[in-house]
Design a protein around this ligand. Structure first.
Ligand code: IPE
Ligand code: MG
Length: 239
């Protein structure tokens, strides 16, 4: 979700105005994804690297996040959404953690879309944390740790949310053509849609355009498409 600051600055407003408008986009996109039957939506809300921003902006973002976690509860419950978080959340302020835990637990049994916020999140850190868990496990049960470390599914089981599906589509706003440490393990075969639209202006129409772009892609997962240039090779499920 990139471009909040630039959007605000282009209007002569402070960056926080962009973050507030960005929160509106979160609402609109979440609602529309749930309506369209998207299974999981993961939003990169705050990266590990974002802690380097001026303390004032970090504080404003944490305040906005806390308010969002409270204000969105009715919307989350009305839409049967299951709210989840990934990241090194221990570094978040306690008042934010409190609201986060409550939103997670109250929505835990909802059967609908998973809405997952990546908070204090980094893809490299997620992989390091998984490796560290395996090292810990190796102290108690070396054979099991070795077995888990030897396969993709085994290693995946140590990630923040082992059950999460690899994203089919990765949307990047504000025109940047980079990954910025997002879901490094999970996006191996994700289709990437880059748009120059700033996040505060990314709404239903832009989401539909991203889906239309995705629908035009041919996903081969490293194999070949049947009937085109050779025999079909095995695919790895929906990854
Ligand atoms: C994205 O907008 C929101 C967060 C990272 C929290 P930015 O704050 O990165 O906006 P730009 O990149 O400065 O425009
Ligand atoms: Mg940015």
């Amino acid at each position: 979700m990139d471009g909040n600051g630039r959007w605000a600055q282009a209007r002569g407003e402070p960056r926080i105005v962009g973050h507030e408008a960005g929160a509106e986009s979160v609402r609109a996109i979440t609602r529309e994804c749930a309506r369209l039957g998207v299974g999981e939506l993961t939003l990169y809300a705050f990266s590990n690297e974002n802690w380097k921003r001026p303390q004032e902006e970090v504080d404003l973002l944490m305040g906005l996040l806390r308010r969002y976690l409270i204000d969105e509860r009715p919307e989350i419950m009305d839409n049967d959404i299951r709210f989840r978080v990934i990241g090194r959340t221990a570094s978040m302020p306690e008042p934010v953690l409190e609201e986060m835990r409550q939103t997670i637990s109250m929505s835990a049994d909802n059967p609908g879309m998973v809405l997952r916020l990546a908070l204090s999140y980094g893809g490299r850190q997620e992989i390091i944390d998984a490796a560290a868990r395996l090292v810990e496990l190796a102290k108690e049960d070396p054979a099991r740790a070795a077995a888990l470390a030897a396969s993709e599914d085994g290693f995946r089981s140590q990630l923040y949310e082992p059950g999460m599906r690899d994203p089919d589509l990765l949307i990047r706003t504000a025109g940047e053509q980079r990954i910025s440490n997002f879901l490094l393990w999970q996006i191996s075969y994700s289709e990437i849609h880059v748009t120059s639209v700033m996040w505060p202006e990314f709404r239903e129409a832009q989401l539909h355009a991203a889906f239309a772009d995705y629908q035009g892609r041919e996903r081969r997962f490293g194999g070949l498409i049947e009937g085109v240039g050779g025999e079909r090779t095995d695919r790895t499920g929906d990854r």
